[in-house]
Design a protein around this ligand. Structure first.
Ligand code: S3P
Length: 168
């Protein structure tokens, strides 16, 4: 069975959908950001502050590369996973990748409601420019684009399950 990669912007639902899919498909989930926080015993924000974004990307990519050697996992990735060319290759070849696409109004609304700090979110314009800069990358790295704007979590899970079963 192939891996499932969930990619997209911060707050696009990757971790939540990953957990729900994990239960539905009886596959284990690897949440890259969560694992890095546990392994380094630091929040993502602290890793950014202590080491800078460049080092964070290196750590993130190294961990992702190792984990992606496995099969049958669901991966909830960090929003910036697509920035590295080796990661792009992994997303295209080591499983089936789903871009959870969501408009910036919804993303900003969710970010404002969360009290979890995000190092790359200082103001609403950051989300809009990150989205505009990355949208094509997410599309290029994914096999399927899931327009989540009007879907419930359950509908997103059903859609991914169907596409996965058709492609696996
Ligand atoms: C980032 C997204 C975050 C986290 C880090 C950088 C990004 O993950 O990896 O703050 O570059 O978009 P989430 O997408 O899970 O918020």
């Amino acid at each position: 069975m192939k891996n499932i990669f969930l990619i997209g912007m911060m707050c696009s639902g990757k971790s939540t959908i990953g957990e729900l899919l994990s239960k539905k498909l009886s596959m284990s989930v690897i949440d890259i950001d969560y694992d890095l926080e546990q392994l380094m015993d630091m929040s993502i924000t602290t890793i950014f502050n202590e080491y800078g974004e460049k080092r964070f990307r290196l750590i993130e990519s190294t961990y992702f590369r190792e984990c992606s050697k496995n099969d049958d996992f669901i991966f909830s990735t960090g929003g910036g996973i697509v920035l590295d060319s080796n990661n792009q290759n992994i997303l295209q070849t080591r499983g089936i990748s789903f871009f959870l696409d969501c408009n910036t109004t919804i993303l900003i609304d969710r970010l404002n409601k969360q009290n979890q700090a995000r190092p790359l979110y200082k103001n609403d314009e950051d989300v809009i420019s990150l989205y505009n800069n990355r949208r094509n990358l997410y599309k290029r790295c994914s096999h399927h684009i899931i327009d989540t704007n009007a879907l419930t979590k359950q509908e997103i899970v059903i859609k991914i399950e169907k596409l996965y079963n058709e492609n696996n």
